[in-house]
Design a protein around this ligand. Sequence first.
Ligand SMILES: *Cc1c(COP(=O)(O)O)cnc(C)c1O
Length: 231
Amino acid sequence: MLTKGSITQSLAEVRRRMDQVVVRSKRDPSTIRLLAVSKTQPLSSVEEAYQAGQRAFAENRVQEWLAKAPSLPDDCEWHLVGTLQTNKVKYLDKNVAMIHSLDRFSLLETLNEHGERRRMVWATLVQVNIARDPAKAGLMIEEVPDFLNSVGDYPHVHVQGFMTIGALEASLVETQGFFRELRCLRDTLQSRKWSGVDLRELSMGMSRDFEIAIEEGATIIRVGSQIFGTR
Ligand SMILES: *Cc1c(COP(=O)(O)O)cnc(C)c1O
């Protein structure tokens, strides 16, 4: 955790680094969103980021999101990253802007049932295990087309793109390769028309690798420790 005032500074620093890489890689800045990953951070830290102008936040545990979100202003946008247990789906409501970790059929089914009950459609990203890291969740690349093929059977779930987490032990060069692979997958599959699927988003890049993620086409970066300090 950082001392008060430093979150404002580190947020400005992350934004400055984003701006630099946006210019360098000739990206349109309006196509890249920064999520502040506030998991394990106290409310006061999230409030400071809010005061500094940050509106989009991400949590990885439903219980923690439930405990935190009601204390923050209504114009915060909440994203869920990290494995979502099916028994937690019943707690989700319209305050969840996007679920980044759709990684299995049972979750697709459960989200659909809950969405039907709540009369809403969940915005989701399919998590892909690009690095083939056995410690990580996510579909293998070759499983993705079949999965997207089924999404149309679940009208209360909409897939808006892909999410990945670079392997922890990988070098930045390897990570760049993984991000590039995810973008290629998206570009290849984008031309196919699946109902309930629109592959516009690429959620990739965290504190240590968000710059290369932007270079490789990320539309959403998820930054925690660079903003809030180490957990
Ligand atoms: C914790 C987490 C992040 C943020 O990680 P940092 O290295 O702290 O930036 C991003 N994405 C997911 C899925 C996470 O669980």
